[in-house]
Design a protein around this ligand. Structure first.
Ligand code: CP
Length: 319
């Protein structure tokens, strides 16, 4: 493996999930694999889980880690080819990516959707430029359209908690939010769910359809009550409108998930990638219930990152 941007970079997801579960049982088994090598983590946006779980995974493999909070403490990046940089930008992304590659053997980068220019976001302008100019393997720590390490951790969590002898029904439910939120987690979850054995349903108000590129294999059910029936897992997530790009649309129904609504499920496990705005996206009673897997998901972020770093180190950058 020489890149990790999406589920399409994984030959066999079931095998990858089983590998991660084995790592979880003995996380220090390959503690020398990364010895003498350096992982760079570049953040153009904030993070708690991704930053620390990936750093912990690197430590487990003996990798040194260096972190650049590019949004806070680096020179402001320019992204336009041929730009005359006489304005606010100080360093071109081609120089930044190339220079970072001199110090690192693998680089992870987080670059959220700006939600202002749909074409820039859907074409993954920032991630693609960084990967183009980096000379070492690059992994996504969440890009404009996808969040693969989160989705891999979610697949591990589902595998650990799925009912026996039954194809699980997994429902991704849109949730309210006060801010305009990117589509990456929802897109990514849909992409990974299309590649595992499950019945996958997405429920959201009309106008909140995700990019059909990622949801083409999903069942879309606009009625949340119907969607939740017999669900084994309910994944709660907000996103802004994709069609009216980045906008928050008025909604008629109350989409906040409560225990009462969950009565229709098959005693469903509850998932959320975190951070969560409690009692806006989901109620405390749901997030703190014994069926909640939110901290299991966060824990599994380490083993998701570790199996990806391991694959890259073992292939020494070869595809
Ligand atoms: N779920 C997730 O990616 O969390 P952070 O934004 O804190 O990294």
């Amino acid at each position: 493996m020489k890149r990790f941007f999406s589920a399409d970079d994984v030959a066999n997801i079931d095998e990858l999930v089983q590998n991660a579960i084995q790592i979880k049982k003995a996380p220090l088994q390959k503690s020398d694999l990364g010895k003498g090598k350096t992982l760079g983590l570049v953040f153009l946006n904030s993070s708690l889980r991704t930053r620390l779980s990936t750093q912990k995974a690197a430590q487990n493999l003996g990798l040194n880690t260096i972190i650049l909070n590019a949004n806070l403490e680096a020179w402001t990046w320019e992204f336009e080819d041929g730009a005359i940089m006489n304005g606010s930008t100080v360093e071109h992304i081609k120089d930044a990516a190339n220079v970072l590659s001199q110090y690192c053997d693998i680089i992870g980068i987080r670059c959220f959707a700006g939600l202002e220019n749909k074409e820039d976001d859907t074409s993954e302008k920032v991630y693609s430029l960084f990967e183009k100019f980096a000379t070492v393997p690059v992994i996504s720590l969440e890009s404009a359209t996808l969040h693969p390490l989160q989705s891999l951790a979610d697949c591990i969590t589902i595998e650990e908690h799925k009912p026996e002898n039954k194809k699980p029904k997994i429902v991704l439910t849109w949730a309210p939010h006060i801010k305009s939120i990117p589509h990456a987690v929802g897109n990514s979850f849909a992409q990974w769910m299309s590649k595992i054995d499950c019945e996958f349903v997405i429920t959201h108000p009309k106008g909140y359809e995700l990019d059909s590129k990622f949801t083409q294999d999903a069942i879309i059910e606009y009625n949340q009550e119907i969607a939740l029936q017999d669900a084994d897992f309910v994944y709660i997530k907000n996103w802004s409108s994709f069609e009216e790009y980045g906008k928050i649309l008025p909604t008629e129904e109350d989409w906040l998930l409560t225990n009462e609504k969950l009565n229709a499920t098959n005693n469903a496990k509850i998932m959320h990638c975190l951070p969560v705005r409690r009692n806006v996206e989901a109620s405390d009673e749901v997030l703190d219930s014994e069926n909640s897997l939110i901290y299991h998901q966060a824990n599994n972020r380490t083993f998701a990152a570790q199996i990806i770093l391991e694959k890259i180190l073992e292939s020494d950058g070869q595809a």
